[in-house]
Design a binder for this molecule. Structure first.
Ligand SMILES: *[C@@H]1O[C@H](CO)[C@@H](O)[C@H](O)[C@H]1NC(C)=O
Ligand SMILES: *[C@@H]1O[C@H](CO)[C@@H](O)[C@H](O)[C@H]1NC(C)=O
Ligand SMILES: *[C@@H]1O[C@H](CO)[C@@H](O)[C@H](O)[C@H]1NC(C)=O
Length: 357
């Protein structure tokens, strides 16, 4: 449901739990790094549960490294997925630079672009399109940028709670001037907070999350996601591998493809949340695990995996740009590093740069 750390968590929190177990079986080449690997406790909009019974959805051997397992029981729970053209309405909360907005807008515009070279962002979205609803309708191929709202003056302060994110959305759709359109059927609302904004549990356990708004609070049920710019607070956690936490010694950060560690780190989290909103917008469609309160969704299953062989602290096989930056997919004008998503057809994590494609 939410993007936790993309970087492995500090060793002092190591506990025998799912992430560790899964990683053990998956990252055969990374045994040396295992002491660094720990559970990612991702925040969910429900009571915290770090005691997920992971054997419920994953255990056993894997045939491939990238999260593969016959025991991952990703299931469809009969709810809707986003099958009609998706319109992304962005709320820029706090102070955003023009160039930062451009990097993010172009990523969203790349999802349905047909003219980016392989491996492309559109190729990455093809895995998301494999998911269908009860009628057999696939998730929409078309994702377009909708209207945007600037919340430059921090309408709800610089420290937000989970619930106040919904109030930010309410302010944007009820603004006196140029309110965001209300589009519960195919709108997706993206709240992006600037690097001086703290959100409850940001850095300590999450980099982003998605859910839907409550009619009692906002007036409508709108699927939304929040993603924070971690550049100032915790780039080693939320912009990994473009920044590396201090507890991983001798590990050089990768060069980020668009020259902005915070924003390049956000791109992968935005991709993660969009893939999950599309496949589980109301938390009753595609997820693994037996408890609907603690769903493990199509991007959660592939956290930190960007290429073939990925898992743990290893990104998997990614690409080097001419300027030395690391990326794994092409957008319309830029390169991006975006984590993979689970394919229920292949039963493993995949992406456009997969070596078996
Ligand atoms: C976890 O789930 C498995 C299989 O459903 C079950 O056998 C086991 O007892 C559960 N463990 C805990 C701690 O709930
Ligand atoms: C959805 O998007 C496609 C491709 O961009 C377009 O041809 C079609 O008219 C759109 N449908 C609606 C209902 O807007
Ligand atoms: C729709 O989903 C089905 C089932 O996963 C898949 O076989 C098919 O290729 C998908 N269609 C598109 C256009 O992605």
């Amino acid at each position: 449901m939410c993007q936790g750390f993309s970087a492995p968590s500090p060793p002092h929190t190591v506990a025998p739990s799912f992430t560790l177990t899964l990683t053990l079986t998956l990252t055969l080449t990374l045994t040396l790094l295992l002491h660094l690997l720990t559970p990612v406790s991702a925040w969910r909009p429900w009571p915290q549960n770090n005691q997920m019974n992971v054997t419920d959805y994953a255990f056993g051997d894997s045939k491939k490294y990238e999260g593969s397992s016959e025991f991952v029981k990703l299931r469809y729970h009969m709810g809707p997925v986003l099958t009609t053209n998706i319109t992304v309405h962005t709320i820029w909360y706090g102070n955003w630079e023009r160039n930062q907005k451009k990097i993010i807008r172009e990523f969203i515009n790349s999802i349905s672009a047909s003219d980016a070279p392989h491996p492309s962002v559109a190729g990455w979205w093809k895995t998301v399109q494999l998911y269908t609803d009860q009628t057999g309708a696939n998730i929409s191929k078309t994702v377009r940028l909708g209207e945007e709202k600037n919340d430059r003056f921090y309408s709800h302060g610089k420290s937000l709670t989970r619930l106040s994110i919904q109030s930010v959305i309410k302010s944007a759709i009820t603004a006196k001037t140029r309110p965001l359109p209300i589009n519960p059927k195919s709108g997706l609302y993206l709240v992006l907070t600037a690097d001086d904004v703290y959100v409850q549990e940001f850095c300590s356990s999450v980099c982003g999350f998605h859910y839907f708004t409550f009619p009692s609070l906002v007036g409508y049920t709108l699927p939304y996601a929040w993603v924070g710019n971690s550049a100032k607070f915790c780039p080693g956690q939320c912009a990994y591998p473009f920044a590396v936490p201090a507890y991983i010694p001798n590990h050089k950060p990768f060069k980020s493809p668009n020259g902005d560690v915070g924003v390049d780190g956000m791109i992968s989290v935005i991709g993660h949340e969009m893939a999950e909103i599309a496949s589980n917008p109301l938390a009753n469609a595609w997820y693994a695990g037996q408890d609907p309160s603690f769903p493990v969704e199509i991007a959660d299953l592939c956290e930190g995996i960007y290429g073939t062989g990925g898992g743990g602290a290893y990104t998997g096989q990614v690409l080097d740009a001419r300027d030395g930056a690391t990326y794994n997919m092409n957008g319309i004008r830029r390169k991006y590093l975006v984590q993979w998503v689970w394919s229920h057809v292949l039963s493993y994590c995949t992406g456009p740069n997969a070596l078996d494609q």
